[in-house]
Design a binder for this molecule. Structure first.
Ligand SMILES: *[C@@H]1O[C@H](CO)[C@@H](O)[C@H](O)[C@H]1NC(C)=O
Ligand SMILES: *[C@@H]1O[C@H](CO)[C@@H](O)[C@H](O)[C@H]1NC(C)=O
Ligand SMILES: *[C@@H]1O[C@H](CO)[C@@H](O)[C@H](O)[C@H]1NC(C)=O
Ligand SMILES: *[C@@H]1O[C@H](CO)[C@@H](O)[C@H](O)[C@H]1NC(C)=O
Ligand SMILES: *[C@@H]1O[C@H](CO)[C@@H](O)[C@H](O)[C@H]1NC(C)=O
Length: 437
């Protein structure tokens, strides 16, 4: 038996390390708890970390850089996409970096930043980039606003703001207005087919749909991002990872209307460390296997996360009828605060109008570790494993789990079609309700 004390110490040190990591983010932590975050939008200069970065930046642009202003970007409310495109082409081909100056707000229609470019190309966003709200601007490609494609050894940084101006899209979402047809709005920032990519020190906010997506990338490092949209904005996932190998996500503060981090099919070696999440739907693997598809996710580590007021904590969600696997997954050192489903595996995930029919096939969930997870839950069932009858969850390991009810009330665990092993204190215990085979 592991005594309880180390667990407590661990939580204290986890929280202490949050304070260190996010020392300069203090206001964000307060802000992320606010459902609509109005002062976040109004006080962009109040972010310690970012102002520090801004101060370190020379105002004049050195000869190794080009500015979008050199290509006619005005930041006067008109569209600056053409200037950005020309500046990009110049910087991409001529071994210089590209700068988006501070103190200005540039409006952009959807734009594709194509590679390949010269190696070690840096895009420095010091100012603000804001999306066009004219929906007919998105006719050619409704799925992307800023799309970075086929880049190798590329960095984006600078402490600036990328604002998807998403309100109009949210109002026209079928999730908000049920009389409207379901169409996918654009993702604010997408990196597609990139290799050796760094994205750091940026704020991404109010996206049309998802904030930031990595698709079919290899070797990605993401750090110090502040990602925010209102808790009721539809499908505004924070960081979406799909078909991507070797990605590290560090020190990000994410408050949104959907998953803070979502990890989808084809992703392997995904590490998320020091994540603050809330509001939002938590940190999710999946959904996987929609429309009877095959989906594989493996080698995921979520280490040191704080989730507050989210609908889920750490979640694996798969649709019935899919195939493939979600395996070798570790969730550890996680602090929950008033989270509705702190620990959840849901193999009956069904995010559509019609109810989903029962199917035999399922994405196999195996080798999942839950270690040092504590805090408070907003609901009674704090551990919820709803696994498939035909493909029960296997190799599930729990160690040092201590979840209580926010305020007062009972808690319980519910385990359906799962086998698990445990060590240390597991509170509450998970009652095995059904286990076939
Ligand atoms: C992507 O970049 C590589 C070089 O890095 C190039 O060979 C390839 O043609 C590019 N692919 C596309 C679709 O542009
Ligand atoms: C929206 O964009 C379309 C073409 O992209 C243009 O014809 C129209 O005038 C724009 N509407 C507004 C309100 O700017
Ligand atoms: C929902 O959309 C319909 C069709 O565009 C519109 O008439 C209605 O006013 C919208 N409802 C709300 C609450 O926005
Ligand atoms: C999933 O993994 C299996 C076994 O490694 C492989 O055969 C299959 O092609 C993979 N499917 C996808 C969609 O990646
Ligand atoms: C906890 O979460 C529930 C449901 O989201 C909410 O109704 C309640 O006010 C929250 N309690 C606290 C103390 O934040």
């Amino acid at each position: 038996m592991i005594p309880q004390r180390p667990l407590l110490l661990l939580f204290v040190s986890t929280l202490a390390s949050f304070t260190t990591c996010f020392g300069s983010f203090k206001e964000d932590l307060a802000v992320t708890n606010n459902k609509y975050m109005p002062h976040y939008v109004k006080q962009p200069e109040s972010f310690g970390l970012i102002s520090r970065f801004n101060r370190a930046i020379p105002l004049s642009v050195s000869s190794k850089m080009v500015s979008v202003d050199d290509y006619g970007a005005k930041g006067d409310g008109g569209d600056d996409a053409k200037a950005f495109e020309e500046a990009w082409n110049k910087a991409c081909s001529e071994r210089v970096d590209l700068v988006v100056p501070k103190y200005r707000t540039y409006h952009l229609k959807p734009i594709i930043f194509y590679g390949p470019c010269h190696s070690n190309f840096v895009l420095k966003i010091y100012g603000t980039i804001k999306a066009s709200i004219n929906i007919s601007d998105y006719e050619k490609d409704r799925r992307h606003w800023l799309l970075f494609k086929n880049l190798t050894n590329f960095r984006v940084e600078g402490g600036g703001i990328i604002n998807g101006n998403g309100r109009k899209w949210w109002e026209n979402s079928c999730k908000i207005n049920k009389t409207l047809p379901c169409k996918h709005p654009p993702t604010a920032v997408t990196f597609s087919e990139c290799n050796n990519l760094r994205v750091k020190n940026l704020r991404i906010q109010n996206p049309q749909q998802m904030h930031l997506s990595f698709g079919n990338c290899v070797n990605v490092k993401v750090s110090n991002l502040i990602i925010t949209a209102p808790g009721d904005s539809p499908n505004t996932d924070g960081i979406h990872v799909t078909g991507t190998q070797n990605i590290q996500i560090k020190k990000c503060v994410i408050g949104t209307g959907d998953d803070c981090i979502s990890i989808k099919s084809g992703s392997t070696n995904v590490k998320a460390t020091d994540i603050v999440c809330g509001p939002g739907h938590g940190i999710s693997i999946g959904s996987l296997g929609a429309g009877n598809s095959e989906a594989n996710v493996s080698n995921v580590l979520v280490n040191r996360a704080k989730l507050s007021g989210t609908t889920n904590g750490v979640r694996i969600k798969t649709w019935q009828g899919g195939s493939g696997y979600a395996k070798d997954i570790k969730f550890q050192n996680i602090a929950m605060q008033n989270v509705t489903n702190p620990i959840i595996i849901n193999q009956d995930y069904c995010d559509q109008e019609k109810s989903c029919s029962e199917q035999v096939k399922a994405v196999q969930v195996s080798n999942v570790v839950y270690k040092n997870i504590g805090g408070t839950s907003a609901s009674e069932v704090v551990i919820k494993f709803e696994c498939s009858k035909s493909f029960p969850c296997k190799g599930i390991w729990m160690q040092n789990i201590n979840l209580v009810r926010e305020g007062n009330g009972n808690v319980k665990g519910s385990c359906v079609n799962i086998r698990y092993s445990s060590r240390g204190k597991i509170s509450p215990q998970c009652l095995i309700e059904k286990l076939t085979s």
